[in-house]
Design a protein around this ligand. Sequence first.
Ligand code: ADE
Length: 222
Amino acid sequence: MKIDAVTIFPDYFAPLKLSLLGKAANAGLVNFEIHDLRKHATNVHNQVDDTPYGGGAGMVMMPEVWGQALDELMEPETDLIILTPAGKRFDQSMAQEYSKASHLVFACGRYEGIDDRVRQHYLNKGFRVHEVSIGDYVLGGGEVASLVMIESITRLIPGVLGNPDSLAEESHNEEGYLEYPNYTKPAIWRDISVPEILLSGNHGEIAKWRATQAIERANKNL
Ligand code: ADE
C-alpha cells in the first residue's frame, strides 16, 4: 500500500519510522511519503491560509495551495482522506476497509480547516473523498489524527503483524466487545494473584471466562 500525507509540519510524522510502522515500511509492505504543503505556497511569505469569507475567527487553508499539492498525488485508485472534527467518526470497521485500499492520501488541515472547494473539486473529478474525524474533540490539526488512522490501518495489512492470531482474536472486538484483561508472569505481584482459571490449562473455560470479562468491561465503559 502507498500512503501519502500532506502537512505543513512534516516532522509530526517521525513516528512512521518506529516500531511496527517502521518495520512494515522496511519490509516493503507499505510505502509512506510525507509532503510539505508549503512547497506549494504561491507568494513570497509562503502563505497557506487566509481569513474566512463571511467573517469569523481563525484562518482557512487556501484552495490553490492544496490543489497543487494534491494534483501531484491523486491517481484514479486513490482514496483522499480529509481530516476534520466534522468528518465521519473513525472506527475499527473503517480501518478494515481502508486496509484493503491501494493508495491513501491524508490531507492534514490546520486552523479552521481547508477551503471546502478542495473537497468539492476532487469529488467532482470522480475521486473517492472522505472527511474523517478520530473523535468528538478538536485537535490543533489533522497530523495526529492521520497518525492514529495510519497505525490502525497499517497493522491490518496482511504480513505486518508478526502473529496473525492477534488479528483473528481481535475480530470479536470489531463486533463491539473490548478485550479481556491480560496477565503475565509472575503469578502473584504485590499480593495480587492472576485469576485462578488462567492457570488451569482448561482452554474451554478460559475462553468462556475471557468472553464474560470482555463483555463486563465493555458495559462498564458505556
Ligand atoms: N482535526 C482537528 N480535530 C480533529 C479530529 N478530532 N479528527 C480529525 N481531524 C481533526
